[in-house]
Write a protein that binds this ligand. Structure first.
Ligand SMILES: [Zn+2]
Length: 996
C-alpha cells in the first residue's frame, strides 16, 4: 500500500481547526453588554452588582492594569433554539495560550451567586439545557484586567508588576459576548478526533495500531459533510467506535489523574488577586464535579481554603458539600505550598500544624500525603517533620526541572537526616498542569523510571500556576483513555488512592538519602533580601514571643496571646510560599511583604515586651533576657539575669589597620579593612588561609540565561571583582569601621569581637543591576565536606566537584550556620539573615584552603525591575575553634541576641532547662488547645546520640510525648526528678506537660 500517512495527518489537523471545531457553536446571537469600572481596588460583590454600568461594545478596549471591571450581559434565547443546548460565550479578549496569566473573570447571577470562572480555556456558561426559547439571560462578570508579566518573549523587565508603576492604559479588547447553540455531538466528535489523533502521533510508525487509527480517522473525515458538520457528526463518530473500544494492553502504564489547579498564592499577581483566583477556580471545579460523576479534584494549601471560606461563602458551601462526597479533596496538609529550603525548623513544622489542623477542624480530614509539586528543592530535614506531623507520603515533580542530572527514580523512599523514610513520587508526566494530551500521557509512560517493577503514576490535571483547573475537555479525554489500546490507562483518583496502589505494587522501592537538591533556581536563596530577612527575624521573634509569653503565663498568670500568635504565625507561613520567600514575585508582592514583616516585628516585640515586663516585676535595671537555647554571658537559656560581658580591646596595628583582642580571639584588620589574621588564643591556631584575607566582598556579573530572579548560572564565577579599596578604615576604640564604594553603591562594615566570635555587620546601599555580591572567608582548613544548618539539624555537602551531581550544587542553602572542620578544629560562619552560600577549595604550596562565601545581594530585573535596590543590613560572625555544637549555639546567638530588660527581679528562672547542650529546645509554648499545658519541643542538634534530663521550672503533673499537632503519641508519665530524654541523631521530640 502506498504511504499516505503525512497527507491524512495534515488533513485531520486542517479539518479539525477550520471546519469541525468552529461547528461546535453553529448559531449565535450577540448579547448586550454594559460595564462599570471599579475606581480602585476590587469591591465587594454587592457593590459591583449594584453599580450603574455604562456602555461598551465588543471590539472596544477595557481594563487598566490590575483594574476590576464589572460587565453586565443581557439577552434573550431565540424561540427557534427551543430544545437545544445554549451557552453564553464570554471572551474578555483572551489569548488562549496563557490561562491564569492574563485577564480573568468570575460570573455571577443577579442575586450574587457565583456561577463559574472565565479564563482563556473556559469561556462558556451553560444557559439552558435544553433551553425553552424566549428565556431572558442576565449575567454579571467581575473581570480582573491582570497584566501579562511573563510574555512570549519572557523575562523582559517590566513595570507592570506593581499597580503603582503599571500606568492606566487599557490592556484588553472585548472579543465576543454571544449566546450560542452548543452542538454536543460535534463537541464529542472533536474529543474523539483529538484523542485518537494525538495518540496516533505517539505510536510507532511500524506498528499496526498506528495505521488502524489512521484509516479509522480517514473514514471519519470522509463521513463529515463540511457544509453540514452538525448533521454528519454522528456518522463520523460511528466510524471511530471500533478503534475507541479496543482495550489497552495488560502491561499498559496506569495513570491516576487528579483534578488540580496549581495556584501560586502570590507570584505574578498580588496576594489579594489570589483570593479571587481561588474563588474562580473553585467555582469552576464545583460546577465540573456536578457535571462529571467520575471526576475528582484536589486542592492544597489550607490558606487558600480559608480564603474561600472567608470571602466567598456561597462557593464554600458547594466546596464543603463536594468534600463530604469525597470528590473535592484537601491535599497536602500544609498552610501553603512553601519553600522548604529556607523556612526554619519550627516554621516548617508549623506549616504542617496549621495546614493539617485546618483540614481536621473543617472536614475531619487528616491526610497522609504532602503535596508540593512546584517547590524549589527539598531540605533533608523534611522527612522527619512530615512524619512528626502524621503524614507519610510526598509528591513533587519539580526535580524534573534540574538542569544537569536526571533523577534516577520516580517512585522511591526518601531518607532524611535522622533516618526517617518517606514514600515519594515524582509524576513522570513532568508537569503539574497536565491537560490529558496524548503527548503528555505517552511521555509519562515512556519516562517512568520504575517500569518493570511498578506501573502506576500520578498526573495532576488542570490549568495551573494562575489557576483555572480542569476543563470539561480534559474530563472527556480522560474518559476515552480509560482503557484504550496504545495509551496508558487513565482513571480519576484521589492522591491517597494513588499512593495506596503505588505502595502496594512496590514494596521495596529504591532509597534516596539526603536533600532533593533542585539544580536550578539557586538565586532564590538570595533574591529580595528584605523578604528573607523579614522571614528570619519573624521566626526568631516568634520563638521569643512564645517562650516569654509561656513563661509569663505560668509564672505571673498573664494571659497567653493565643489568637495573636496564631494570626501572626499564619501570616509568616503565608509569606514562605514558594514565590514569596524565594524572592521570585512581582514588585507589588515584595513591597507588601516588607511592610507586613515590619508590622509583624512591631507586634511581636510588643508581645515580648509585655511578657518580660510581667516577669521582671518593677523598675530596676540590668536584667538581660536570653531567648536562645544556650546559656550566654552568665544568663541561663530561656531565663534572665545580669550579663557578664568581657570587653575586647582595639589597638592600632603596625603597618596600618587595627588589632582586636578579647579573652578568646585576636583579629588583625589591615589598612584595606580586610581580616588578615584571626587567631584562636586557646589553641594558637590561625583561621585565615595563608596570604589570603577574610571579610572580602566580591562582586560578580549575574545575568542568567532565563528566570532572572530565580537563577544564578554557573558562569557567573568566571568574572569577579574583589572590593579591596577602602574609602576609610577607622575605629571608635571598640570596633573597626570600614567604608567602601563601588559602582553606584556604598558599603559600611563594623567589625568587633563578641566572646569567641568575630562579628561583622555590613550595611550596603545597593544600586547595581544584574550583579551578585558575596562576602568571602578563605580559611586554613582542609575538608572534603562542610555542614549547613537545615531544619532540626544539618546537611553535609562536598567541597569538591568530582561528579556532575556535586558540581551542580554550586550555590546552596544554610540557615544560621555553615561549618567546616578538620578533626578537632573547625570554623563556623554564622548569619542572622542570609541563606545562599558557596564553599570551594583551593590548593597551593601551603596546603588546602576552604573558602566559605555568603551571598548577600543580587540585582535581577525580572520580575521586579528594582529588586533589592536600597539599603540592607546583614550580620555575620566567624567562629574559629568551633565544633558543630559551637556552630549551633553561635548561630542561635546572632539570631536571638540577649535583650536588655528592666525590672526588680534579679533573675528569672527558665521555664525548662536541659543539662546537655546537644539537645536544643526549639520551642516552648502553651498548648494550642488552650488547656494551659506547656509544650516543649527539642532535638538532637549535632548528629549524635544524646541522653539528657529536662527540668521544668514549674510543678508538672504528667508528661506525654506528642506529634507536631500536640496529639499524644505515648503513655503519660509522672515525672520524678526531671524528665529523661534519649535522642537518636537529629531526632526531634515534642513533650506535653500538664501543670500540677
Ligand atoms: Zn508554583
Amino acid at each position: 500500500m502506498h504511504d499516505d500517512r503525512d497527507l491524512v495527518e495534515a488533513r485531520l489537523k486542517r479539518v479539525l481547526d477550520e471546519r469541525i471545531r468552529p461547528a461546535i457553536y453553529p448559531e449565535s446571537v450577540p448579547l448586550e453588554v454594559a460595564v462599570w469600572h471599579a475606581p480602585g481596588e476590587p469591591v465587594p460583590v454587592a457593590e459591583g452588582l449594584a453599580a450603574e454600568p455604562g456602555p461598551i461594545a465588543v471590539g472596544q478596549a477595557w481594563g487598566a492594569p490590575w483594574g476590576t471591571s464589572w460587565f453586565t450581559v443581557t439577552g434573550t434565547v431565540p424561540m427557534e433554539w427551543s430544545g437545544r443546548i445554549v451557552e453564553a460565550i464570554l471572551d474578555l479578549g483572551f489569548d488562549e495560550n496563557m490561562p491564569g496569566f492574563q485577564c480573568e473573570g468570575l460570573v455571577y447571577r443577579p442575586d450574587g451567586t457565583p456561577v463559574k470562572g472565565l479564563n482563556p480555556r473556559n469561556q462558556w456558561v451553560r444557559v439552558g439545557s435544553p433551553a425553552e426559547g424566549g428565556e431572558r439571560v442576565r449575567l454579571h462578570v467581575e473581570a480582573a484586567s491582570n497584566p501579562v508579566i511573563l510574555d512570549y518573549h519572557p523575562f523582559l523587565p517590566t513595570r507592570m508588576g506593581d499597580k503603582e508603576t503599571a500606568g492606566t492604559d487599557p490592556l484588553y479588547r472585548l472579543a465576543r459576548m454571544d449566546l450560542a447553540v452548543f452542538d454536543q455531538t460535534v463537541w464529542e466528535l472533536v474529543m474523539d478526533l483529538e484523542v485518537l489523533g494525538e495518540l496516533m502521533l505517539e505510536l510507532p510508525v511500524d506498528g499496526a495500531r498506528r495505521w488502524e487509527l489512521l484509516r479509522a480517522l480517514e473514514r471519519a473525515l470522509d463521513a463529515v459533510d463540511l457544509q453540514d458538520v452538525g448533521g454528519t457528526a454522528a456518522a463520523a463518530r460511528a466510524e471511530l467506535t471500533g478503534v475507541l473500544s479496543s482495550p489497552a494492553v495488560p502491561s499498559a502504564h496506569r495513570i491516576s489523574a487528579v483534578g488540580h489547579a496549581h495556584i501560586d498564592s502570590a507570584w505574578l499577581w498580588p496576594l489579594r488577586e489570589t483570593v479571587r483566583k481561588v474563588a474562580r477556580t473553585t467555582s469552576n471545579m464545583t460546577a465540573l464535579l456536578e457535571d462529571e460523576p467520575d471526576f475528582v479534584f484536589a486542592m492544597s494549601q489550607a490558606q487558600q481554603w480559608a480564603w474561600v471560606k472567608e470571602h466567598r461563602p456561597e462557593v464554600w458551601a458547594k466546596v464543603t458539600k463536594a468534600v463530604a462526597a469525597g470528590r473535592f479533596v484537601p491535599a497536602g496538609g500544609m498552610w501553603v505550598e512553601s519553600d522548604t529550603n529556607m523556612p526554619g525548623s519550627e516554621a516548617m513544622a508549623r506549616q504542617f500544624v496549621h495546614g493539617k489542623r485546618f483540614f481536621i477542624d473543617e472536614f475531619g480530614v487528616d491526610n497522609e500525603e504532602v503535596w508540593l509539586p512546584d517547590t524549589f528543592g527539598f531540605a533533608a530535614g523534611l522527612p522527619q517533620i512530615i512524619k512528626a506531623a502524621g503524614a507519610k507520603r510526598l509528591l513533587t515533580q519539580k526535580i524534573s526541572w534540574s538542569q544537569t542530572n536526571r533523577f534516577p527514580h520516580h517512585t522511591f523512599l526518601w531518607e532524611g537526616i535522622d533516618g526517617t523514610r518517606i514514600f515519594t513520587h515524582f509524576p513522570p508526566v513532568d508537569t503539574y498542569n497536565c491537560s490529558m494530551r496524548g503527548r503528555e500521557l505517552a511521555h509519562a509512560a515512556r519516562n517512568f523510571k520504575d517500569k518493570g517493577v511498578a506501573r502506576h503514576s500520578l498526573a495532576p490535571t488542570g490549568w495551573g500556576d494562575g489557576g483555572g483547573g480542569t476543563t470539561r475537555e480534559m474530563v472527556a479525554k480522560a474518559a476515552r483513555v480509560r482503557d484504550l489500546e496504545g495509551s496508558p490507562k487513565v482513571a480519576w483518583e484521589t492522591p491517597a488512592e494513588f499512593f495506596a496502589k503505588a505502595e502496594a505494587e512496590y514494596p521495596h522501592p529504591p532509597v534516596w538519602v539526603g536533600e532533593l537538591y533542585l539544580e536550578l533556581h539557586r538565586g532564590t536563596l538570595t533574591s529580595q533580601a528584605k523578604t528573607k530577612q523579614g522571614n528570619r527575624r519573624s521566626e526568631a521573634l516568634l520563638r521569643e514571643a512564645e517562650l516569654w509569653s509561656a513563661t509569663a503565663a505560668v509564672r505571673a498568670g498573664v494571659d497567653y496571646p493565643y489568637e495573636r500568635l496564631d494570626r501572626i504565625w499564619k501570616t509568616v507561613l503565608l509569606h514562605q510560599f514558594h514565590d514569596i520567600l524565594p524572592g521570585s514575585s512581582i514588585a507589588w508582592v515584595h513591597r507588601e511583604a516588607r511592610r507586613t514583616y515590619e508590622l509583624v516585628a512591631e507586634e511581636l516585640n510588643a508581645i515580648i515586651g509585655d511578657a518580660q515586663d510581667a516577669l521582671a516585676a518593677g523598675q530596676a535595671t540590668g536584667l538581660c533576657f536570653n531567648g536562645s537555647p544556650h546559656a550566654r554571658l552568665g544568663v541561663p537559656a530561656g531565663g534572665a539575669a545580669s550579663a557578664r560581658v568581657r570587653p575586647a580591646t582595639c589597638t592600632e596595628r603596625a603597618g596600618g589597620g587595627y588589632v582586636l583582642e578579647g579573652p578568646l580571639l585576636r583579629a588583625e584588620i589591615d589598612a584595606r579593612g580586610l581580616v588578615v589574621s584571626l587567631r584562636d588564643l586557646e589553641t594558637g591556631r590561625e583561621a585565615v588561609a595563608p596570604g589570603r584575607a577574610a571579610n572580602l566582598l566580591q562582586l560578580h556579573p549575574d545575568f542568567p540565561n532565563k528566570w532572572d530572579a530565580w537563577d544564578v548560572d554557573a558562569f557567573y564565577r568566571n568574572t569577579v571583582t574583589d572590593l579591596t579599596e577602602a574609602d576609610r578604615v577607622i575605629s571608635d576604640g571598640g570596633r573597626v569601621e570600614i567604608r567602601r564604594s563601588f559602582g553606584s553603591s556604598t558599603v559600611t562594615q563594623w567589625i568587633s569581637l563578641d566572646e569567641g566570635r568575630l562579628d561583622i555587620e555590613t550595611e550596603v546601599d545597593w544600586h547595581e543591576t544584574e550583579k551578585i555580591l558575596k562576602l568571602a572567608f578563605p580559611l586554613d582548613v582542609r575538608a572534603d565536606r562542610y555542614a549547613s544548618e537545615s531544619q532540626y539539624g544539618h546537611v553535609f555537602r562536598p567541597t569538591h566537584t568530582n561528579t556532575s551531581w556535586e558540581a551542580a550544587k554550586f550555590e546552596a542553602c544554610n540557615h544560621r550556620f555553615v561549618h567546616v572542620e578538620e578533626p578537632g578544629w573547625g570554623v563556623a560562619l554564622v548569619t542572622d539573615s542570609t541563606y545562599g552560600h558557596d564553599v570551594t577549595r583551593d590548593v597551593d604550596g601551603t596546603g588546602t584552603t576552604t573558602t566559605l562565601r555568603a551571598s548577600l545581594l543580587r540585582a535581577p530585573r525580572f520580575p521586579d525591575p528594582e529588586t533589592d535596590q536600597g539599603v540592607h543590613r546583614f550580620r555575620h560572625g566567624l567562629v574559629p575553634n568551633a565544633s558543630i555544637g559551637d556552630a549551633v549555639r553561635e548561630g542561635y546567638f546572632v539570631n536571638q541576641p540577649v535583650r536588655a530588660g528592666s525590672g526588680a527581679a534579679e533573675v528569672v528562672e527558665p521555664l525548662v532547662a536541659v543539662d546537655d547542650d546537644a539537645v536544643v529546645v526549639s520551642a516552648v509554648k502553651l498548648a494550642d488547645d488552650r488547656s494551659g499545658d506547656v509544650i516543649v519541643r527539642c532535638y538532637e542538634s549535632r548528629g549524635g546520640r544524646a541522653r539528657a534530663t529536662l527540668r521544668a521550672g514549674f510543678p508538672v503533673a504528667e508528661v506525654v510525648t506528642t506529634d507536631l499537632l500536640e496529639r499524644p503519641t505515648g503513655e503519660p508519665q509522672r515525672p520524678g526528678d526531671g524528665i529523661p530524654v534519649t535522642l537518636r541523631p537529629f531526632e526531634l521530640v515534642t513533650l506535653r506537660m500538664k501543670r500540677a
